[in-house]
Each structure stands twice: as C-alpha cells, then as structure tokens.
Design a protein around this ligand. Structure first.
Ligand code: AMP
Length: 192
C-alpha cells in the first residue's frame, strides 16, 4: 500500500491531487489543513488553539500537529497506506515522522513535489478565495503563507532528496495532466 506525501506551496494542487491519488491507490487521504479546519469548526481545544495561527497564515505549532497526525497514522489503528497532504511542513515534523515510520517499518515510499511558478500560485489562490470561503485565502495571508512555505517547508525538499524518495513533478496544466505525471513518476516504485 502506497505511503506518499505531497510537498508543495499553497495553491500547487496538493488537495486536488491528494484526493485523486488516494482514490487511484485505494488509501485514505489525510490533509492536515482539513483536519485542523474541522477542529476549528467544532471548536475543540486543538481548534481553539490553532485558529489564530491559521487565520494569520502561520504554522500551527509542531507539538499540536505532530500529535494529531501521529494519532492517525501511527496510533492504535495504524494505517498501512495513506496520501498525506500538508504534513510535514517543518524539519521537526519531517524528522519525527521519519522516526515513527522507521520504528514501525513504515517509512514513506515517495514524496511528490509539485512545481508551479509563484504568479500562478497567487492567481489560483485568489481565485479559490472567491469561492471557497476559506478565511486564509485573501491576498495578505496568501503572501504570508508563501513566505512561510519558503522559510520552513522548502528545506524539506533537500531532506527527502537526501533519502532518495523525492519525485519532482511539473504541477502546471490541467488536473488530469498533473495526475498522469504523478502516476508516471510513481510507476517505477515498488510498494507492496
Ligand atoms: P492547508 O489547507 O494545507 O493550506 O493548511 C491551512 C493552514 O493549516 C496552514 O496555513 C497552517 O496554519 C495549518 N497547517 C496545516 N498543516 C500544517 C502543518 N503540518 N504544520 C503546521 N501548520 C499546519
């Protein structure tokens, strides 16, 4: 079963492609942004703590996110396969998830980096903001989220390149075109 994650800036298509990949490979799609928005909507303790960071386009502190994700993928009902989207986003999260994976013989098979030019990202996010109702899809927060990505998340590309599981995929074009490119990049990989 496939264990993959999508590593890309906001607006690159992680959510859309994550859902399609999960369907094709028959594994759950876990999007930390969606899980967190659910906590905010339900006003749980985690949601109340996370909301301010999300509204400002900042990262929710590692300890909160790591506990939420590790419960899902390494907890009592461990998942053998998954497509993760939006996690890990910091080196601390990447190192911790590598440790859980190694301890359970379940490290990631592939990290898919979607490459989209910045002006196209901003265009897509502004457009999504008009219809999604996401409070963080406004121009100021978008700019902050892109800066946060460059500072905290982009360094993970080297982390996974060093582990030889990074797949770099062109994220421009139509949704099916990008899905086909990801499928092509995953093809040579073995995952039982
Ligand atoms: P997303 O839907 O992936 O764009 O995530 C929306 C927001 O949720 C982000 O801007 C962060 O505030 C928060 N978030 C999602 N995933 C993480 C993560 N792995 N670490 C920290 N914050 C996160």
């Amino acid at each position: 079963m496939l264990r993959a994650l999508l590593l890309a800036p906001p607006g690159a298509g992680k959510g859309t492609q994550g859902e399609r990949l999960a369907q094709v490979y028959g594994v759950p799609h876990l999007a930390t942004g969606d899980l967190l928005r659910h906590h905010v909507a339900e006003a749980t303790a985690l949601g109340r703590e996370a909301k301010g960071y999300m509204d400002r386009g900042e990262l929710v502190p590692d300890r909160l996110v790591v506990d939420m994700v590790s419960d899902r993928i390494a907890g009592a009902q461990q998942l053998a396969g998954f497509v993760l989207d939006g996690f890990p986003r910091t080196l601390t999260q990447a190192r911790q998830s590598y440790e859980w994976g190694r301890a359970k013989g379940r490290t990631f098979h592939a990290v898919i980096s979607l490459q989209v030019p910045e002006d196209e990202l901003v265009r897509r996010l502004v457009e999504r903001g008009r219809s999604s109702g996401r409070t963080d899809d406004n121009e100021e927060t978008i700019r902050n989220r892109l800066a946060v990505y460059a500072e905290h998340t982009e360094p993970l590309l080297d982390f996974y390149r060093g582990r030889e599981i990074l797949l770099e995929v062109d994220g421009t074009g139509t949704v099916p075109e990008v899905t086909a490119r990801i499928g092509g990049a995953l093809l040579p990989l073995a995952f039982p």
